[in-house]
Write a protein that binds this ligand. Structure first.
Ligand SMILES: [Zn+2]
Length: 310
């Protein structure tokens, strides 16, 4: 087998090599991981899976997943070129997830946090009923336990296959966040990654007390072409980029991936020291790859065992 055909074989198998989504360069996965999933050739932030982001932010062995078995149904019996059920099934096999967000608790450089991470690989990170429900439950858990909340966003918006049931998640999450931020006075940080658009941007992504983004991330509500046609004027080249939004005061900071965990630690460390803080601690989670065991363990143990102090 020639080197080229071996690389093609590896690409097809999707294990050793991958392609940069921007410049098309063939990248060795291990080198890509070592470089924080940034293309060595063109500096593009390659799309990361939820699990990869989790590994890059949460300390090893401290992750406690929530609601991993919560699966979507097809309330509208929706069909386009394919049925919604078939799309869901394919996405579940492709990603190993039940829906496009993972939620749970863990330690970020030894500081306890409640964290939700969206995965763009699952139907474009779209938000349906399950995503809304999981994020709402996470917020409620964070309220109950005085935890810092971090949501990492990557989404094409609300999921049209569930119609208005998807849209109502925007209001549901925002209402939970109102209690979290304004009644419990807790800290909520959002990290916008490329792309963060539509209903996700129009609800919880933009409600962070601190809103961070990755460099060059695409962030916007409607598509560029729609806005251009509506306004009937030319838009700047960097329109709907993180840099443009930062310039116009919609973001607090743009942080490259390699510094993200360190920057979050610095902020949380300062927050920990303020007098009205509420801090939690965790019993370390049993190491298991079996999601059924994880889910059962969470339901039966965490709320009872966990204790907090003010
Ligand atoms: Zn590249």
């Amino acid at each position: 087998m020639s080197i080229l055909s071996w690389m093609k074989f590896s690409l097809d198998k999707d294990d050793l090599w991958t392609c940069c989504h921007q410049c098309g360069a063939v990248l060795y996965r291990k080198h890509l991981k070592d470089n924080y999933y940034v293309c060595i050739n063109c500096n593009f932030n390659v799309y990361m899976t939820g699990r990869q982001r989790l590994e890059s932010l949460i300390d090893v062995g401290t992750w406690q997943p929530f609601d991993e078995m919560l699966s979507p149904i097809d309330p509208l019996n929706f069909n386009d070129q394919k049925s919604y059920i078939k799309r869901l099934h394919e996405a579940q096999i492709h990603t190993g997830l039940q829906d496009s967000v993972i939620t749970g608790t863990g330690l970020l450089s030894e500081i306890p946090v409640a964290i939700g991470i969206m995965d763009f690989n699952f139907m474009g990170g779209s938000m349906g009923s399950v995503v809304g429900e999981k994020i709402t439950r996470l917020i409620e858990y964070a309220i109950d336990n005085g935890l810092i909340l971090i949501l990492v966003c990557a989404s094409g918006g609300a999921r049209m296959h569930e119609g208005s049931l998807s849209l109502m998640q925007m209001a549901k999450i925002s209402a939970a966040l109102n209690i979290y931020q304004n009644q419990s006075n807790l800290l909520y940080i959002t990290i916008l990654t490329s792309p963060t658009t539509g209903g996700v941007l129009a609800s919880f992504a933009m409600l962070g007390d601190l809103i961070f983004s990755e460099p060059n991330a695409l962030i916007g509500f409607a598509g560029r072409r729609v806005i251009q046609q509506t306004l009937q004027e030319e838009l700047p080249d960097n329109f709907q980029t993180a840099e443009y939004l930062l310039e116009h005061g919609l973001l607090d900071l743009i942080i490259p991936r390699e510094f993200l965990k360190a920057a979050l630690y610095e902020i949380l460390h300062i927050y920990k020291k303020i007098p009205f803080r509420r801090t939690g601690y965790f019993n370390h989670y049993i190491n298991s790859n079996n999601i059924l065991i994880e889910e059962t363990w969470r339901r039966t143990n965490i709320r009872i065992k966990q204790s907090f102090f003010k």
